[in-house]
Design a protein around this ligand. Structure first.
Ligand code: X8Z
Ligand code: ZN
Length: 647
């Protein structure tokens, strides 16, 4: 009733002088918009969660679509009436100005309903292909997929991480791409067209520019490029060190003469994390084993215990309990269902916009890798809780990278040998130079290996959305970036007509921007260093105890520092929030480089011993061309390439 009264008053005001007064706008936002937006968001989120945990269920899909369209219609009507013509600069209160900056961007509701429905349908089809993709086992490659087909999680991922059979890995790598990406190429074309139309209806030049808007940085592309340049030397040393070990494992099967490594031998479907190569590349095998997986199995860890342990870590910093988000009776999905439902396993954290419903969705295995993913997901939920008091339009991360960095920061502390000892997941581990290098290598296999992948996915999509590359060249352009940044190549020939390899990675069909993870992999070391200093676990002026040994467990001071930033949501420009959290106004790779410094020195020295003459400049070395029949021709432009015996 009260809401209706405001609508009437505002309606009159709009029609008389064309501008809503500041007081009235505040009142509308507080008393009407807040509740309506939250209610709309809640209904859609519940339906979307139900659908993603039962992706073959047509009724659930239909309900999700209907509610999405209903929400869009509501958004459009409110936007047209209140936000479309407002000029944020005309208002005095900086908070209102900032709220309006966000509210002026209508989003997907800017598409006409038929087109929005179509975009929704295309997204659902791509999600269905990805989440139900199956392949036959290597030894039974003509199997009946419905009976014996392997799904990505856990089946295919286990092959990729555990198999040392080069040909089996080629098989799993190729079949996964046949089962997913190749089937969505045409859908992706429609997706790009409609997504761009949506972006243009919101006054952006294309969807890439629309996504980058969230970073509030006109120099964003240049800045991420500059960060990459800072960390690339470390990546190159790691790549070279790991490449030589892989050569030991695969011998003649592995061709690395061109400086590129085949993409399927890194223990991961996308070569984005190399942690499963740990045993192969461990620098000092005698200096203490970090076999946390084995400890978890030995102690009979359960999935639920993993979530509780993570929750306990956050609470030790004086942060909120997150019990509700992994409570299965409250709707959370923390393991893969066994009742016949097919689900989208890719881990995610959900905010249902009602300030009290938060859920995780994850097909958890009892492994250290999943233990860290739990910390990552809990980081999202902690953020949701910390900013839940804010107005609806500020209930976001300072920028998307902040959201991705929170849980990873916790995992950096949890992954230290010191912490793993405290929680009894590590025994017989003595700290020494050698064990430090082993630990840093484990971290680099997860964090440094990821950097070029984190960067290239959206580099590719920005080019696709802007039209810099046409659909006929999408796949070869993908491989151009894979070669340029990750320095990996496909193990078998790829074609621009048949293949669509980007679609074999969740975030492409999932319409989920990715550069956030690249920035987060830099930012999390800034957060970590700051929290370590706050917890008095690291002294940057007297680096007697190195940064990577810091565990800020139990530090309420560290928790308070984190809270001070997270509780601002997106109400301030991220540089202000970052300054509060770290003392720096800009994203910098310095803490990451400080953390990995001992490993960098070690890698350089080892690599020099291996091949003192290598002077390849990888980033300018490879030019890739697709010939008239889509045959891949690789040739090197630099002549100054010296190889050691192994290449
Ligand atoms: O997608 C994720 C999270 C959910 S936000 C599990 N990550 C990226 C990926 O899996 O590719 C975390 C690291 C990168
Ligand atoms: Zn995440």
């Amino acid at each position: 009733m009260k809401g209706l009264l405001y609508l009437v008053i505002l309606g009159l005001i709009c029609c008389t002088n064309g501008k809503i007064s500041e007081g009235e706008l505040k009142q509308y936002l507080n008393d009407v918009y807040e509740k309506e937006a939250s209610d709309q968001c809640y209904k859609t989120a519940v339906a979307q969660f139900d659908f993603e945990t039962d992706v073959r269920n047509k009724k659930k899909e239909e309900l999700t679509t209907n509610l999405t369209l209903e929400q869009a219609a509501w958004e459009k009507s409110v936007w047209t009436k209140y936000f479309k013509d407002v000029v944020p600069e005309e208002y005095e209160d900086p908070t209102i100005r900032r709220e309006l900056k966000f509210l002026k961007v209508l989003g997907s509701a800017a598409l006409e309903p038929k087109k929005l429905e179509k975009l929704n349908e295309v997204n659902n089809r791509m999600t269905e292909i990805y989440s139900t993709g199956k392949i036959c086992p290597y030894k039974n490659h003509k199997c009946d997929l419905t009976k014996d087909g392997l799904t990505l999680e856990p089946g295919i991922e286990n092959i990729m991480s555990a198999s040392k059979d080069y040909d089996e890995l080629v098989y799993a790598w190729t079949k996964w791409r046949d089962a997913t990406g190749a089937k969505m190429k045409d859908l992706y074309k429609t997706y790009v067209e409609l997504s761009n139309e949506e972006a243009r209806a919101n006054n952006f030049s294309d969807k890439g520019e629309y996504w980058r808007f969230a970073y509030e940085d006109p120099q964003f592309i240049d800045n991420v490029d500059a960060i990459w340049k800072e960390v690339e030397p470390l990546y190159n040393e790691l790549h070279k060190y790991v490449g030589n070990k892989l050569k030991d494992r695969y011998g003649d099967k592995l061709d690395m003469k061109d400086g590129l490594l085949p993409a399927h031998v890194f223990g991961n479907m996308w070569a984005q994390s190399w942690e499963h190569l740990r045993d192969l590349v461990e620098p000092f095998p005698k200096a203490g084993q970090m076999d946390v997986d084995a400890q978890m199995k030995k102690q009979g860890y359960t999935v639920l215990e993993m979530f509780k342990k993570s929750d306990e870590f956050y609470q030790s910093l004086g942060l909120y309990s997150m019990e509700m988000c992994y409570n299965e009776s409250a709707g959370a999905m923390i393991r893969k269902p066994t009742d016949g439902r097919e689900v989208l396993c890719h881990a995610s954290a959900w905010d249902f916009c009602d300030k009290k419903t938060f859920r995780l969705k994850m097909c958890t295995d009892v492994t250290f890798e999943d233990f860290r993913t739990i910390h990552h997901e809990m980081g999202h939920v902690q953020y949701y809780l910390q900013y839940k008091h804010l107005p609806y339009s500020f209930r976001h991360g300072a920028n998307p990278a902040f959201h991705e960095a929170v849980g990873d920061t916790m995992a950096l502390s949890v992954s230290t040998p010191a912490h793993l000892k405290k929680i009894k997941l590590l025994t017989n581990f003595e700290e020494s130079y050698e064990s430090d290098i082993n630990t840093l290598m484990n971290m680099a296999l997860e964090k440094i290996s990821f950097l070029p992948f984190g960067l290239l996915i959206d580099k590719w999509r920005w080019d696709v959305f802007s039209g810099a590359v046409q659909p006929e060249k999408w796949n070869s352009h993908w491989w151009h970036y894979r070669m340029k940044y990750q320095k990996v190549k496909p193990p078998v020939e790829r074609s621009d007509t048949k293949d669509f390899d980007p679609g074999a990675k969740y975030h492409i069909p999932g319409d989920s921007q990715y550069i956030a993870y690249f920035v987060a992999h830099i930012l999390q070391f800034q957060f970590y260093k700051s929290l370590c200093i706050e917890a008095k676990q690291y002294d940057p002026h007297n680096r007697a105890v190195p940064l990577h040994r810091c565990d800020f467990y139990n530090s309420v001071e560290a928790g308070n520092k984190l809270k001070a930033g997270l509780s601002l949501g997106s109400s301030k420009h991220w540089s202000e929030t970052l300054e509060i959290m770290t003392g720096s106004k800009s994203v910098t790779a310095q803490p990451l480089l400080e953390y990995f410094e001992p490993l960098y020195k070690f890698l350089k020295a080892e690599n020099e011993k291996l091949s003192p003459k290598i002077t390849v400049n990888m980033s300018t070395m490879i030019i890739e061309k697709f010939g008239p029949n889509n045959t891949r021709v690789l040739f090197s432009r630099k002549t100054e390439i010296h190889t050691d015996q192994k290449m």
